[in-house]
Write a protein that binds this ligand. Structure first.
Ligand code: PMP
Length: 439
């Protein structure tokens, strides 16, 4: 693949930071020379003297009663600057996990980069590729954080609608074929889109997942029109089916998938760790961007997670994410029951009519995407009247490429509320909708 056509001029102009690139070499040289030559005075490093840091050790207790103890070299690594690509031991652990879980066909040309949450990687990846007024293809409804990254580029969005199985391949193909020929991808002057954004499992905000056959169809379309697929998959571990659906990365025979993973939903969102996996030629520019923005993701977070993974092993980690998945699955069941009781069953009983709303069963993640049947737009109801009914949700417009259009949807999260509160929230929501219909 010719990756240069995907990289915009700003990103192409960003070069490796000479000092950052030299650092591993300088440190190695210093180590070699000092071991063999104790008289050598090392004046090259630009790092602060750790003896001046007030912290000596750290101990973090896990819920299972065990401890992670950071002292000696570990606490030094945790408190010091580190390599941009990521803390070596964690990088190796994550690479091993990516290989095991996704077995990417182009593994030898694939790189992994640790970022400050997946949002950081996603933002820098878009900033690497998108130019002002470019066409960008996104699934719709789409994660609001993606719109927030893209909107300043004033993109010409090509929103592709989703159904109960996520992004609809036929619509994707039509929206491309109606405007371009596949040969346009080879032309330097064509305005053909270069990137397709998908959130394939337990999507935010719809909760739906794209089955494997659809992923294969979408991949084929990306091949035909030479698109790069941004696979934003923070709910990968929160899929409710017994088997996780194979990722786009796992079917990527060309090297056209950049995958974004997150530790936010399964370990901690505050540690701000995510990782980007994709072709080296596209990971490198993202890493150069990190070199000039944050230098690297937090060393403390990376050392902590690396020690946790060492203590648990890969099997232990996967056992943990299974428990997390089961929790969200239970929460989903509670919310579906509350929705059925208050938004549908009661109304059918009283009026023998349809209910107040409908929804798809979320296949992963933490969101229920609800369509009000007799309200054309939910924004004013939610923003102006929901709070008085003691219930807060997000209006659907926030997840649309054109937020000026009325939208009958809303997003409810089943992450935090207790079963009792979910039930109370939906009873209040039903009242709110009834009042809105009567307004
Ligand atoms: N993508 C999607 C679809 C998300 O829902 C989120 C979290 N809200 C992110 C990316 C960002 O996650 P992280 O905490 O890893 O930055």
């Amino acid at each position: 693949m010719n990756y240069s056509r995907y990289i915009n001029s700003i990103s192409a102009a960003r070069k490796a930071s000479p000092i950052r690139e030299m650092k591993p070499f300088v440190l190695l040289l210093a180590k070699l020379l000092t071991q063999g030559s104790p008289d050598l005075v090392f004046l090259a490093g630009g790092v602060p003297n750790p003896n001046m840091f007030p912290f000596q050790s750290a101990s973090i207790k896990l819920r299972d009663g065990s401890n992670i103890q950071l002292e000696g070299k570990l606490i030094n690594d945790a408190l010091q600057y580190g390599p941009t690509q990521g803390y070596g031991p964690l990088l190796s652990q994550l690479k091993e996990m990516q290989q095991k879980l996704h077995n990417p066909p182009c593994w030898t040309d694939t790189e992994v980069l640790i970022t400050n949450g997946s949002q950081d990687g996603l933002c820098k990846a878009f900033e690497m590729m998108v130019n002002l007024n470019d066409h960008v293809i996104v699934q719709e409804p789409v994660y609001a954080g993606t719109l927030a990254i893209l909107n300043p580029f004033k993109p010409k969005y090509i929103p592709v609608k989703c159904d109960a199985n996520g992004l609809i391949p036929d619509l994707l193909r039509k929206s491309l074929e109606n405007n371009w020929k596949s040969e346009d991808a080879q032309s330097l002057t064509s305005d053909i889109p270069k990137v397709l954004y998908v959130n394939p499992a337990g999507a935010n905000p719809t909760g739906v997942s794209i089955p494997l056959e659809r992923r294969q169809e979408i991949y084929q379309i990306a091949k035909d029109f030479d698109l790069i697929i941004f696979e934003d998959d923070p709910y990968y571990f929160l899929q409710f089916d017994k088997e996780r659906t194979p990722s786009f990365l796992s079917i990527d025979t060309d090297g056209r998938v950049v995958r974004f993973d997150s530790l936010s939903k399964v370990l901690s969102s505050g540690i701000r760790l995510g990782y980007v996996t994709g072709p080296r030629a596209l990971i490198e520019p993202i890493s150069y961007h990190m070199q000039v923005s944050v230098l690297h993701a937090s060393s403390l977070s990376q050392v902590l997670v690396s020690e946790l993974l060492k203590q648990w092993g890969q099997e232990g980690f996967l056992g943990h994410v299974d428990r997390v998945q089961k929790f969200y699955l239970q929460q989903r069941e509670v919310m579906l029951k509350a929705a059925e009781t208050h938004l549908t069953a009661y109304h059918k009983l009283i009026f023998l009519l349809q209910g107040l709303a409908e929804w798809n069963v979320p296949q992963g993640g933490m969101f229920l995407w609800i369509k009000c049947l007799e309200i054309s737009d939910t924004r004013s109801m939610i923003m102006e009247r929901a709070l008085k009914k003691d219930v807060i949700l997000l209006p659907g417009r926030e997840f649309m490429t054109d937020p000026n259009q009325p939208c009958p949807y809303m997003r409810a999260s089943f992450s935090l509320a207790t079963p009792e509160n979910i039930d109370r929230g939906f009873r209040n929501l039903a009242e709110l909708i009834r009042e809105e219909i009567e307004l």
